[in-house]
Design a binder for this molecule. Sequence first.
Ligand code: ADP
Length: 402
Amino acid sequence: MNIIVINSGSSSIKYQIFNMSDNSVLVSSLLERIGESLSSLRHRWLQSDGKYKEISISKQVADHREGLQWITNVAEDTGLTQKLKGLFGIGHRVVHGGEVFREPAIINDKALEAIRKMIPLAPLHNPANLVAIEAALKNYPDVPQVAVFDTAFHQGMPPYAFHYAVPYELYKDYHVRRYGFHGTSHQFVSKQAAIYLGRPLKELDLITLHLGNGASAAAIKRGISVDTSMGLTPLEGLIMGTRCGDIDPSLPFYIAQRSGRSLNDIDRMLNKESGLKGICGANDMREIISRAEGNDALATLSLDMFCYRIKKYIGAYFAVLGGIDAVVFTGGIGENAAIIRKMCCEGLERLGISIDAGKNDSPSSEAREINQNATPVKVLVIPTNEELEIAIQTVEAILAAK
Ligand code: ADP
């Protein structure tokens, strides 16, 4: 049983084919710079000898439809036809499902209309997701397709956690509330944590920390996300590569008054020129760590700020959950940066959180624990796999609809 997963960004498409009998990746493609003068495609596929082969090619690709067709053509040239014989479904990552989608949805006219209605909430992402869905519907008209939403997992938040204390009409008129994102990743690693711990997810209280270029924390009570750090948009919460995370809501007005900058300008500044980059000029964590090791003051400050914010969320969610079984680190930073994990957990011994330096410093690509033996709270590092989670949810949705 094979599943295609399509994750379409504003100018890119990630495309994977999974063999669901062993979760292996048969094909993995990344098409970037769609709509520019030259788009590039990196295409990797599993050959009959069990080894992967990779090619990189460039040409002009005008839009997502053309892009998806190109990926399909390249994939067919490299033996895709055989793999498509067992094609069971196609799963699409869709960023915003609003309050409509608490679960993955089989794509039909009603679902498409609902995703379209969500465009004002995610003006950059939902249109790109829709273009890819429409292209895939044309390319594979007979294959069931499923939308898996970044926001859906966080629909478990209670009203006192998802409302902002602003006039209630804004919620009714414009859907202003906290939604949260990275839901697929938080859900995947919480399920993996339960498997690692050998306990049912329904018995576990977890704090999951997805730390990549975008970063978010979630409080997961017995498998349900009851709070998360991102809000109406992905700007709220933790400090990120280029996003500011939590700030005083008056800051944009103050900057506008003092500098005369427009709202659009400030919006761009908070999303693209802030976070780690705003403080030290870089947003690649590897570069920042190496500069901090060389005593660069602003790189050190940005690391301290990044970890301090995470620590505050760990404390908040510890209180929200009334104690926890495990803290889970994931995402490019969470999985690889031992120094960040150490700084986030330092001083939390009285909460039962205590890292073993030796375990923390041993790199691995496997799920593992890095806490000291006999501490009450496990500290886990679990590689995320959003594409696999989309594939799993796609299969479940198709089977449930049968
Ligand atoms: P995205 O949100 O774009 O999916 P990723 O989850 O891939 O991002 O995370 C990217 C971040 O992970 C970057 O800041 C990168 O520097 C960081 N990262 C990747 N590998 C390492 C490493 N070995 N040590 C420290 N940081 C790392």
